[in-house]
Ligand binder design. Structure first.
Ligand SMILES: [Zn+2]
Length: 474
């Protein structure tokens, strides 16, 4: 395929009215009705796979107290600036220089620090931690940060930001432990597989956000499995099976990477060794080729990353299975074993395609907008040859809709050629051209978006063929 002919997903998203981004919400796409069909089909597919594999779907709050990420260790490891902070902040601007400052001395100190930090070059923002915390009546503590801006007239302005100690979650993991801790757990409940199509927010820099490929608002096909040590192997095998069946249906080639214990790690060495062996054995049992990434595991456990290659030969890391010894300890997760003793479960994080946004962008470019029929927002366009056929064609469309086929009738007063061209540009898999003969004989003249003429097909045969292709995800 010639790379120069390839449109990017943003362009296709607009041409086919799937999705777009707007200055009103940088890094968070708007999904149009047709794009939402793709989103929902992916959702249906992943739900079917997870239900079959024994997962139970959950939902955890999008906005949570920051303390949960402090308890999990994420806050410290990923940093406030890197991931979090897209929370509901209240900012008030204090125009008067002395409005919030206690004394002249304090004012002078701040202005000096501001000037020192910029060497007189004066970028417009500097931050000062003027006050630590404000306690509220309900026991909550609100942090404040004061930022200082130098205006064009040389005056200084101060903004006071109140941090209500809430954040938009950048990941679901710690909250899934809250679900686990809802009540005491028994070994009989393990493996406990909790899935969540969770909406996450991450603080990507504005220069890095790119259509649906790199976003600030992410919808993730996430899951956390709580298991005993003995169940790790069978659980990872089952996750690999889900990945294979998912990626095979898109015709992607995949590659597995096994990342092992880094220099700095949580948990004990014995557990790591067994876990790494389990991951390796799971890969071998499915006869999957894999590359070792020595010492590249997460600090909390070894992992398998899955890379796919798209139609342009580009490499994407999508799926992941990560074992976690750290979080069960950080949140003191337990289960009661057969002998009535308290034990620590292992946590497995897994995602099959990662993010709906990123995966849709990859699919859009991989298929150059010609989605397989099960994902196509419009599967069939019916084209009446003339005005007087419209009514009969609408009735035919109704029959197709009853069979759950997504069909549109192009009843515009355009030439037939123009309508065929439009449907081809919109990458609709099938076009059915219908005139007198077709209506009388209940047949349909079918063309594909590739320009192939399939001739006249009996209406019921055509319906059967389309339904079969949808079911088989052709
Ligand atoms: Zn997780």
């Amino acid at each position: 395929m010639n790379k120069n002919l390839i449109k990017d997903h943003k362009q296709i998203g607009i041409e086919q009215e799937l999705f777009f981004t707007s200055e009103y919400a940088p890094g968070a796409p708007f999904w149009l009705p047709k794009g939402m069909i793709i989103f929902k089909e992916l959702e249906k597919f992943i739900r079917k796979l997870t239900e079959k594999a024994g997962y139970q779907e959950t939902s955890t709050p999008i906005m949570v107290k920051t303390k949960i990420f402090k308890e999990s260790g994420h806050w410290e490891n990923f940093g406030e600036e890197a991931m979090y902070n897209l929370a509901d902040y209240e900012t008030e601007q204090i125009q008067e220089l002395d409005a919030i400052l206690q004394s002249e001395q304090e004012t002078k100190k701040i202005i000096k620090a501001f000037e020192d930090s910029h060497n007189g070059k004066a970028p417009i923002l500097a931050a000062f931690d003027l006050h630590g915390e404000i306690p509220l009546k309900n026991g909550e503590i609100i942090e404040t940060i004061v930022t200082c801006t130098k205006g064009a007239d040389g005056r200084y302005f101060f903004n006071r930001t109140l941090k209500p100690n809430l954040t938009l979650k950048p990941m679901n993991c710690p909250e899934s432990t809250v679900l686990y801790r809802f009540r005491p757990r028994s070994y009989k409940e393990l493996p406990l597989r909790l899935s969540e199509i969770g909406r996450l927010h991450r603080r990507e820099q504005s220069g890095e956000i790119n259509g649906l490929l790199r976003v600030r608002q992410i919808t993730m096909d996430d899951a956390h499995v709580f298991t005993t040590d003995e169940q790790i192997l069978s659980e990872v095998k089952s996750i690999l099976d889900m990945m294979i069946s998912f990626y095979d249906s898109f015709g992607f080639k995949y590659e597995f990477m096994l990342a092992t214990r880094p220099e700095v790690f949580a948990g004990d060495e014995e557990n790591w060794k067994t876990a790494e062996k389990d991951l390796e054995e799971a890969l071998k049992s499915r006869e999957l080729k894999y590359t070792m990434k020595e010492k590249e595991g997460a600090f909390y456990g070894p992992k398998i990353d899955v890379h796919i290659k798209d139609a342009l030969g580009r490499d994407w890391q999508l799926a992941t299975v990560q074992l976690d010894f750290h979080m069960p300890a950080a949140f003191d997760l337990k289960y009661v074993d057969q002998e009535g003793k308290q034990k620590r479960p292992v946590m497995i994080h897994r995602a099959i395609f990662g993010s709906f946004e990123r995966f849709t962008a990859i699919l859009t470019e991989h298929y150059v907008g010609a989605f397989p029929i099960w994902l196509s927002p419009v599967q069939v366009v019916l084209i009446p040859i003339s005005e007087r056929h419209v009514e009969a064609v609408e009735k035919m469309a109704e029959e197709l809709r009853k069979e759950n086929i997504r069909v549109e009738v192009d009843s515009r007063s355009e030439t037939m050629q123009a309508k065929i061209r439009q449907a081809t540009l919109q990458k609709v898999p099938y076009m059915g051209i219908i005139g007198d003969k077709e209506i009388n004989d209940r047949i349909i003249s079918v063309r594909t978006r590739e320009g192939k003429d399939l001739g006249q097909l009996n209406l019921s045969h055509f319906v059967k063929r389309v339904k079969q292709e949808i079911d088989q995800k052709v």
